[in-house]
Design a protein. Sequence first.
Length: 289
Amino acid sequence: MRRLWLIGLLLVATIETARAQDRLNVVASFSILGDFVKSVGGERVDVTTLVGPDGDVHVYAPAPADARKIADAKLLVINGLGLEGWLPRLLQASGGKAPIVTATNGIAPLKLGSDADPHAWQSVANAKKYVTNIRDALVAADPADAEVFRKQTEAYLAKLDALDREVRDAIKQIPQARRKVISTHDAFGYFAAAYGIAFIAPLGVSTESEASARDIAGIIAQIKAAKIPAVFLEKISDPRLMRRISAESGARIGGTLYSDSLTDEKGDAPTYIDMVRHNIKALTSALAN
Ligand SMILES: [Zn+2]
């Protein structure tokens, strides 16, 4: 009996190893794409992300290990719209031949200054487009698992539809006149366009350096003039400045908004759905009456 049990265990272990070996090896450029690939591919894919949780995909400096990851990949998933400026050199260095899918294919880009705004995932409708693009690429790379990918995509798209309704319902609770925040992020253009919250850049503040006392006076005047209920100023790290803005303008200081990366498992936003939920909670609690 005991021996039978052992044989059974060995068999399971062997099958598991075989499965791991024929899992499709997919590399995603950053954490949000990695989460989409996991949601579509599930157990049938091994996903590696180049820019991991809490990383900055805009200014990433690839390591030699990244070239090896790409060389081993069967599929590479990128955002496009100019987000991964560091990628062409890395691709060349890797010598990888894997097909590349641009997850924003078919999405009409907004503008950020004179360039395309790459942050298209911040609208859930766009996220659905990412997911179907990823599904089609996984099906092409691994036709044997097509049915699994299609089923998992259907289930995930239903979750995204529910998430989109959740965001719209939450924003309905905010009085129309209060649907505006000051934010140093330039990452919420698609969110603003989809859901009707205005993200207003603080006047005269460089995103490169710490705000000066004069910048702060300018922000306070701007908040009062435009009756802005809340500020999300993540690039101002001095809490005394934040308290001064709040005390003198009457605006609420919002919490963290996640834009370009997920957190690790212990954080507030380990998945895309968690990230959107976290952001909408931060926005509604800052903007509520
Ligand atoms: Zn960004």
